[in-house]
Design a protein around this ligand. Structure first.
Ligand code: NAP
Ligand code: GLV
Length: 308
């Protein structure tokens, strides 16, 4: 069995070491050292080469290194080729940590206190209990569901918005376009954990921000193309929004001089909210290959009709 890996080289070395321990029968090759492309069964990629099928005509499955699988050019892929996104506990845990940090920081007014510190101002702001802080998660999938658990434990008033109804303890479920307004109207801290699809591109825009209660905050950990930068800046400058924690942008990295770099109400991180952890990802990959070869359903199979 032959696997080609095309992503960060240093992490690829870890994948190679782990696979050699766990599945020595697998021949693992790291891009650009692909061996005979006709032999390649599985491609594991973040940014794949163009025309994947011309490179690897006998490919059986295309695996994304990440939770998102929006980076592939689906039009160039045969409809029957399975595409699988990454579901693994290390990636999930990273997102839980980041979103918990962001919500606690926003709820406790940290963007404002950091500004006050820079101005040498010792000034108390009113603090409301978690139960009076309404958190809303857009996208209640693998990651959205996981981030909601500790937020419920902290006592936040939690809701989720998704295409299909959810039944999670302590989380009010809002479904589809018809319930988006009601979901936004009750949300003080909005977390975007949606996949990038035709329906979610540009979704974080002026009309959405206008439906949030004045002074709401945003945590954007989905994909860069979901957020309209200019609309966010206007919403912050008009105090419709109070703060934003932004991990993903379009483009990445942001150009020098982009207003997000220095905006006092924006915390910006370089797409690190969560990262695939080789130790657990290699096990998830092996489990999916075993499933595929036994004719069982793989975890994280992309539904091309839905777009995620
Ligand atoms: P997932 O399991 O596929 O969950 C996606 C969720 O979004 C589902 O609940 C789905 O609803 C909902 N959804 C999709 N389209 C929708 C729409 N048009 N309207 C309402 N709800 C919609 O995905 P995941 O594993 O949780 O990952 C989510 C995304 O997080 C990834 O695609 C990636 O973009 C992003 N991510 C970012 C980082 C980072 O470091 N910043 C790391 C990992 C992932 P249903 O449940 O009803 O299908
Ligand atoms: C990172 O953004 C991922 O999709 O895993």
């Amino acid at each position: 069995m032959n696997i080609v890996y095309k992503s960060t080289a240093s992490r690829g070395e870890l994948w190679a070491r782990l696979l050699a321990e766990l599945a020595p029968e697998i021949n693992f090759r790291q891009w650009p050292d692909i061996g005979n492309p006709l032999d390649v069964d599985y491609l594991v990629a973040w940014q794949p080469p163009e025309n994947i099928m011309q490179w690897f005509p006998n490919l059986k499955v295309l695996f994304s290194v990440g939770a998102g699988a929006d980076q592939f050019d689906y039009a160039s892929l045969p409809p029957e080729l399975p595409v699988v996104r990454m579901i693994e506990p290390g990636l999930t845990q990273g997102m839980v940590e980041y979103v918990t940090f962001a919500v606690l920081g926003l709820h406790r007014g940290m963007p404002r206190y950091l500004q006050q510190q820079r101005q040498q101002q010792w000034l108390e702001q009113p603090a409301k209990p978690a139960a009076q802080c309404r958190v809303g998660v857009m996208g209640v999938g693998t990651l959205g569901e996981a981030v909601l658990q500790p937020l419920v434990q902290f006592g936040y008033d939690c809701a989720g918005w998704s295409r299909t109804a959810k039944n999670l303890p302590g989380v009010q479920s809002y479904v589809g376009e018809a319930q988006l307004n009601a979901f936004l109207a009750r949300t003080d801290i909005l977390i975007c954990l949606l996949p990038l699809t035709d329906a979610t591109e540009g979704i974080l825009n002026a009309s959405l921000f206008a439906q949030l209660p004045p002074g709401a905050a945003l945590v954007q950990v989905g994909r860069g193309r979901q957020l309209n930068h200019q609309h966010l800046l206007e919403a912050l400058n008009q105090q419709q929004l109070s703060a934003a924690v932004i991990d993903v942008t379009q483009p990445e990295p942001l150009p020098e001089g982009h207003p997000f770099w220095r905006h006092p109400a924006i915390w910006l991180t370089p797409h690190i909210a969560s990262q695939t952890q080789p130790e657990s990802a290699v096990r998830a990959l092996l489990d999916n290959i075993r499933r595929f070869e036994n004719g069982e359903p793989m975890q994280g199979l992309v539904d091309r009709q839905r777009g995620y």
